[in-house]
Design a protein around this ligand. Structure first.
Ligand code: ZN
Ligand code: ZN
Length: 370
């Protein structure tokens, strides 16, 4: 077996193609192209494909100006390029022929732009086309060692940034949410992250009652609960953590009790994680605690979401999802309580399912006092 995690994943994907009697995968710049090919590119207007046949070796077809970059990044030997004044579909036709794809089912990257999908249909009128979700998401849902290493490092960078945020203490009073968000971004990078994995949430006072408030010009006041939900990337893998803190002064009435209930719910859900447990049971573990404490109505969202090359992916930790947890799955546990017009609390860690329980990817204090 190869030392390249990308090649190992590709061989596993090919085995699944054969099981399904599909001819090939056709990928387009997306997390899937990175997952199998090691090439991380934004989708553009030029023809750029990774073809993975059910057997044999994959082929990249990319614009000439990406040629060197792709050869540098990938384990795939066969990287074919086309120049701007040539017909990319002639190169695509040859590549598919060399992959042995004349008819049969081609599984498409779900985010492939329609015009490229139609071009592939023109080049291979005898093929059927379907989505590659089933093959790829089933592989991606269990993280391998290289992925777990990146996720752990991204988690550590987020944790270090959160410690810096707490250290602001009373200095955070008077900052606007947006100023604090910029500080978070700067600290994530200082601790080894690449950019942010999503626009940071810095929601203060009544804004925190809206779970997806971004950040705005509201000034943080003494006694305001402030929800900080953010992450960064390491090797394209994200972190995602939330803490809700009060930088100075006393929190509003009822807040401390709600925060304690959310932390209890968070721990109860994490304690429920182990292989063989349905995802919905983890949601129920958090929800039962909040319902018993009288906050059932105020917990307005699912308990968590899977995290990988996409910051929201399978498995979803939600009522009705009876999917059984397996070793290597990574997801968030993020119960919250939201009181409209007043305040909100959310506490979020990422966890990895292990052989007999789980490992947390975040480990900073979860209390509201900074
Ligand atoms: Zn989050
Ligand atoms: Zn999350």
């Amino acid at each position: 077996m190869s030392d390249s995690p990308f090649e190992r994943r590709t061989r596993a994907a090919q085995a699944r193609l054969r099981e399904r009697d599909a001819a090939a995968l056709a990928l387009f710049p997306s997390p899937n192209t990175y997952y199998l090919g090691g090439v991380h590119e934004e989708p553009g207007e030029r023809h750029f494909f990774l073809f993975v046949p059910a057997s044999g070796d994959p082929v990249f077809v990319v614009p000439e100006l990406y040629g060197a970059q792709v050869r540098d990044a990938t384990w795939v030997d066969d990287v074919r390029t086309w120049v701007d004044d040539a017909d990319p579909l002639a190169v695509v036709d040859d590549a598919l022929a060399d992959c042995g794809v004349e008819d049969g089912t081609v599984l498409l990257d779900p985010t492939m732009h329609a015009r490229f999908t139609l071009d592939l249909r023109d080049v291979r009128p005898d093929c059927e086309f379907a989505l590659a979700d089933a093959v790829l998401s089933e592989l991606r849902v269990r993280k391998d060692d290289a992925e777990l290493d990146a996720l752990r490092r991204a988690g550590r960078a987020a944790d270090a940034a959160m410690r810096d945020v707490r250290d602001l203490g009373a200095d955070a009073v008077g900052m606007t949410e947006s100023e604090l968000a910029r500080y978070v971004e700067e600290r994530l990078v200082a601790h080894g992250g690449t950019g942010t994995s999503f626009e940071p949430i810095v929601a203060s006072g009544p804004n925190a009652a809206n779970p997806h408030h971004g950040h705005g010009e509201r000034e943080i006041g003494a006694g305001d609960p402030v929800t900080l939900d953010f992450g960064t990337h390491v090797n394209h893998y994200p972190s995602d953590q939330t803490r809700t803190v009060v930088f100075a002064g006393d929190p509003p009435e009822g807040y401390a009790e709600a925060h304690e209930a959310v932390v209890d719910a968070h721990h109860a859900a994490v304690d429920a994680v182990e292989p063989g447990v349905p995802a919905e049971d983890v949601d129920a573990a958090a929800r039962d605690v909040l319902e018993a404490a009288g906050y059932g109505e105020a917990f307005v969202h699912r308990t968590g979401h899977g995290v990988g090359l996409d910051v929201h992916e399978e498995p979803y930790i939600v009522a009705g999802n009876d999917r059984v947890l397996e070793e290597g799955m990574v997801f968030s546990v993020e119960p919250g309580v939201y009181l409209e017009g007043r305040w909100g609390v959310r506490v979020e860690d990422l966890v990895v399912v292990t052989a007999d329980g789980c490992e947390r990817l975040n480990d900073t204090p979860r209390g509201w006092r900074v």
